[in-house]
Design a protein around this ligand. Structure first.
Ligand code: CA
Length: 229
């Protein structure tokens, strides 16, 4: 079955270049010239992956990413951001709001396709692994559904926050360095700063409410999840 890629990008030349190269590799391609149109397409006919330009007229790419990731119909779709070289802050923000990867313009079609395949593969593995849920009192971490609930209320975690809490809680008492956590959440060799990990952990603690202090800082080493029974 061929995978469908939705391209949200306002530059027609880039869409055509992508369409040409992706079709050649056996993907089917749909495209939208604005974020609004992209949202509509993603909801009506969910693709296997979305290539999302960050600089869009109207609603910008980061907001589109947030909307897609928080929507039940589209939240599971992997998103690869297309960014300019000088958009580092946007890349970090994009990853924080749940984007799965990014590629900077200008890019080689070959590298882009390799990245897309890697994201799709990772995503498929995620779906296939039937990992057990973790329950601590009223907190439930469910890797099958990719959700964390507290007193039966769904906490709105980003994909990265979910990966972090699941990684830590799976091995209570085990100390993870920031570098190890970056590896876990990215699965590849991209560079995310330690500082970005700290920011994510801080957000996560807030969202976990009374369970926030289960994530402990180990001075000079990293983070661990408090042991529970
Ligand atoms: Ca653009």
């Amino acid at each position: 079955m061929s995978k469908n890629i939705l391209i949200i990008e306002d530059e027609k030349d880039i869409i055509e270049m992508l369409r040409f190269n992706l079709s050649k590799e056996g993907f089917t391609v749909s495209s939208a010239l604005s974020g609004e149109e992209g949202l509509r397409l993603a909801r009506s006919n969910p693709p296997n992956l979305i290539l999302l330009d960050l600089m869009l007229p109207g609603i910008n790419g980061l907001d589109i990413c947030k909307l897609l990731k928080s929507d039940d119909k589209t939240g599971h779709i992997p998103i690869v951001m297309l960014t300019a070289k000088d958009e580092d802050i946007d890349i970090v923000t994009g990853l924080e709001v749940g984007a799965d990867d990014y590629i900077t313009k200008p890019f080689s079609p070959k590298i882009l396709i390799a990245r897309l395949r890697a994201v799709l593969r990772r995503h498929q593995l995620k779906g296939e692994e039937k990992e057990p849920s973790i329950k601590i009192g009223s907190l439930l971490i469910d890797p099958g559904k990719y959700t964390v609930t507290l007193e039966n209320k769904n906490l709105q975690l980003t994909a990265t926050e979910f990966q972090l809490v699941y990684t830590l809680a799976k091995r209570p008492g085990w100390v993870f360095s920031r570098t190890q956590l970056v590896d876990k959440i990215r699965g590849e060799d991209h560079i995310i700063s330690d500082r970005a990990v700290d920011v994510q952990i801080a957000n996560l603690r807030k969202k976990l409410g009374k369970f926030g202090d289960y994530i402990e800082t180990v001075r000079g080493a990293g983070y661990k999840f408090k042991e529970f029974s």
